[in-house]
Design a protein around this ligand. Structure first.
Ligand code: NAD
Ligand code: UGA
Length: 458
């Protein structure tokens, strides 16, 4: 074996990232460790802890050959030459910066573990998303060792999206690697470039200084989320003017400077990172005395919350100003299609608002029902989870589409319609259905940012 790579944190990023590295770099031994023994056991089993298309195959190819999962964090630190740190960095919920700043306690704990258990020089890589200048603190903690060891801190943020993680990792738009501008920093940077060179074309491997790399990650997420909030804001204007958001996005996207991707209006963006990373950016701008910049970016999150509330308000308004005691089938709970992840899913907030209105919810999702049950466990109200979409819709007054799962389009809507209360409503929060067809069947159809197709209103 060439070198040993350790990854601390076997989550949504650590697991798939290391599986793809091991798969493409048979000369490296890759060990993934976590303090969560259940998670590690799942990585070692046939039922992986996360659902990602193509991941099973990659893990099966490399596991036991040069990919290993373990709870032995300290042993891994001793053995490895290169240590990726991929622990979570959630929004702080206490003390200074609560609600915005990143909680770096898990991150700092790993730095202290590395200092304590390392017995030779190591390269430590920031894989987690971190505030700009975290590498400085990391370096100080690591260099505080009294063993005369040298640690190089490299920033190598991850840009994969859930649901397409394996493909994104296998064919990335770019791999970003930032290092200190010292000769030892540049040498460490080359060691990381050498790993990615095994399968990523060199022109896609972008090297920068460490601060640019850290900040590029936060700003990339903020820019992506800003596109969605921009389109969602215009979806509200479309509903007032009979313009159609799909046509407007399509027309905008034809401008090669704008481009067609990431312009789909929705019930709002979710996921563990967009909101947390934008709020972290807002906090950093406030910290550095830039209130105008902070409030500019904060608006992206506020617009997202508005869009979630607006969707619920539309359901209540259109269903004769009350959903109390009415069954509503929620189709989709994951924050996006092709994942079972529900972190910060708009479905959580929308469910809570509908339950406050005393709606009866039947929640269906092909992958996310276990997580949905955890998200709603302390929430009072009348809700059930249904594996079968037809059961969910039976006797319902409305269906609301919250996740863009493709197979929702293939459901038998005639059958669904006939099993529902009349008038039957569909609120398509992802604009994925054939609205004209549904209207013909008899549904009152409310897409996002498009004219309603209703039998009740002219
Ligand atoms: P996650 O919560 O799924 O995984 C983090 C793991 O770290 C957990 O399993 C936890 O038990 C483990 N951990 C925490 N402290 C530890 C310690 N001291 N020793 C060993 N293990 C420890 O988080 P995630 O979604 O994988 O995200 C990780 C980081 O990557 C975050 O900073 C996130 O912003 C960033 N990121 C996430 C995504 C994504 O799609 N989820 C994409 C790009 C970047
Ligand atoms: C996002 C980024 O796309 C990744 O590059 C980044 O690495 C990751 O965050 C991270 O740092 O965690 P992810 O959150 O997994 O990835 O998924 P996205 O595809 O970005 O979707 C985020 C949310 O935006 C979803 O709720 C999705 O439904 C929504 N969305 C996306 C829209 O509402 N409209 C769109 O046009 C696109």
């Amino acid at each position: 074996m060439n070198k040993t790579i350790l990854c601390i944190g076997a989550g949504y990023v650590g697991g798939p990232t290391m599986a793809v590295i091991a798969d493409n770099c048979p000369d490296y031994k890759v060990i993934v460790v976590d303090i969560n023994a259940d998670r590690i056991a799942a990585w070692q089993s046939d039922k992986l802890p996360i659902y990602e298309p193509g991941l099973d195959e990659v893990v099966k190819r490399a596991r036991g050959r040069n990919l290993f999962f373990s709870t032995d964090v300290f042993g891994g630190i001793k053995e490895a030459d290169i240590i990726f740190v991929s622990v979570h960095t959630p929004t702080k919920t206490f003390g200074a910066g609560a609600g915005k700043a990143a909680n770096l306690q898990y991150w700092e704990k790993t730095a202290r573990d590395i200092v304590e258990h390392a017995d030779r020089d190591k390269i430590v890589i920031e894989k987690s998303t971190l505030p700009v200048r975290t590498a400085e603190a990391m370096h100080r903690i690591l260099q505080s060792n009294d063993k005369g060891l040298n640690f190089e801190v490299i920033s190598n943020p991850e840009f994969m999206a859930e649901g397409t993680a394996v493909d994104d990792l296998q064919n990335p738009d770019r791999v970003l690697i930032g290092a200190m501008e010292t000769s030892s920093g540049q040498k460490a940077l080359q060691a990381i470039v050498d790993i990615y060179k095994n399968w990523v074309p060199e022109e896609k491997i972008k090297t920068t200084n460490v601060w640019s790399s850290e900040l590029s990650k936060l700003v990339s997420n903020a820019m992506l989320a800003q596109r969605i909030s921009s389109v969602n804001s215009i979806s509200a204007l479309c509903e007032k003017t009979d313009a159609n958001i799909v046509e407007v996005s399509g027309a905008m996207g034809l401008d090669s400077r704008i481009g067609p991707k990431f312009l789909n209006a929705s019930v709002g963006f979710g996921g563990s990172c967009f909101k947390k990373d934008i709020l972290n950016l807002v906090y950093l701008c406030e910290f550095y005395g830039l209130p105008e910049v902070a409030s500019y970016w904060e608006q992206v999150v506020l617009m997202n919350e508005y869009q979630e509330r607006r969707f619920v308000q539309k359901i209540v308004d259109r269903m004769f100003n009350t959903v109390a005691g009415k069954k509503i089938a929620l189709f989709g709970f994951a924050f996006k299609a092709n994942t079972g992840d529900t972190r910060e899913s708009p479905a959580i907030y929308i469910s809570k608002l509908l339950l406050e209105e005393q709606g009866q919810l039947a929640i269906h999702d092909p992958e996310a029902l276990d997580n949905a049950a955890i998200d709603l466990k302390d929430v009072e109200g009348d809700y059930t989870f249904e594996e079968d979409p037809y059961e969910a819709a039976k006797g319902a007054h409305a269906i609301a589409i919250l996740t863009e799962w493709k197979h929702f389009c293939d459901l038998d809507f005639e059958r669904l319609y006939h099993s529902m209360q009349k008038p039957a409503f569909i609120f398509d929060g992802r604009n994925i259905l054939d609205h004209k067809r549904l209207h013909k069947i008899g549904f009152n159809v409310y897409p996002l940012g498009q004219k309603a197709l209703s039998h009740l209103e002219k």
